[in-house]
Design a protein. Sequence first.
Length: 513
Amino acid sequence: MYQIRNIKTELKEKIDLRSEISKKLSISKEQVIIKEILKRSIDARKKDNLKYNYTVLTDFRGKVKVWQDVTKYKKPQKYIQPQINLKNKNPFIIGSGPAGLFAALELVEKGFQPYIFEQGESVENRQKTVRKFWKSGVLNTKSNVQFGEGGAGTFSDGKLTARNKDYYSSIVLKRFVEFGANSDILFDALPHIGSDQLIKIVINIRKYLIEKGCKFYFGHKLNSIKIKNIKLESVIINDEKFSPEILILAIGNSARDTFKMLNKNIALQSKSFAVGIRIEHPQKFINDRFFGKKADISLTGQASYRLTYKSGNRGIYSFCMCPGGFVVNAGSEENAIVLNGMSNEKRDNYYANSAIVATVDEHDFGKNTLDGIRFQQHLEKLFFNQNQPYFSPIQKAEDFLKNSISENIVKSSFGHGTYKCNISQKLPVSISKDLHKGLINFDSKFRGFINNGVILAPETRTSSPIRIVRNRETFETIRIKNIFPIGEGSGYAGGIVSSATDGVKLGNLFFEI
């Protein structure tokens, strides 16, 4: 079979790919046997003449010439072999985000029936709790945007981009389709599900796991672990003692209490991450700048962007861009505020938003293991307004650069409420200066990026500030046996797909029971 790249077509609902391939290769349509669409993206280099760009898995009747756009297809292969035997069919999983759920999905196919412990609520109840927080400012510190079934990604755009596309990440996308996602995510260059659909998918995954014998324990927090002879002996969950054969830690990047507890026994490292702001624009402005004013959005989908800039040793980049979305309060601690972006499947809100963040490391926050967490907490408390609890600071982007408070009313999608603030002045000086440089650079590429932008803050939870050091081959912590950290909280993954893939890979390390 062959992989055919750069098949450019008009933007329309129905595409005859056999005809397009025959034209491209100067062969008859009858010779073309389409097996699978591997990728579809938008070629927007000519804004008055947008194109679809397909990559297609194809076979042929007869011979074809192999060249740059026509290559032999190499099917992604497994590279993880089972190497761990377990006697107990009930491994313990802490956390029901993508890593925990997808590890469970792999394990049940091998005859296991994991027990899944989650300090937050089921996704249905969690959704009600989060909406109450956004409306009234009543925060549940155990169940919120960060904690609960589905993980932090449930209240996001549901982007399914992957750092590395291989055999295991393809399993993740196929599983999402199996549990209710649109099959377009299998080939779209920028696949997304949307928060509204993710909630339904998470429910379907839970129901399937329960049918397979899994048990879910919501409102159950890991309190402590006991180690004996460099091996897990027992755990305390909700003040009750258990002695699982293994413990899978799928705790997420905001599990600060758990990181502090683990630091007593487990090898942890601080790691770099990124902090900054959210910038919001009218979605039409983004569409016009990236697709042109004549684009048919029903065919292209809402435009998104990915921008990068280098200021000395610090990277400045857009992160978690949410077309047609909302800026939301993603807090998990009292008297602190942190923002995130969220979109539903249709991405049909008036605004688009994205984080604009600067990389930070030990030179910014310190050399001790937990200093990155303390740095995040400092920023989140700094922007909290005691007089208007859980309101977001807001400022026009042009005033952010002028280092001045915006005088006129500034509108945004943030629902709970906003207060005027000189955000630039509150950020650490070096970070603020580098964000200024990044915004100026982005504006030079896309005019109006600053004048049409509104700034809210802070964005601090881009990735985990902690890495739980693990064995590269077995995923087991390097000091303690029978503990397996995975997902964002492990520090080895970031985002829905890479976290879920981490769970899939772990599941493949075990022999069938």
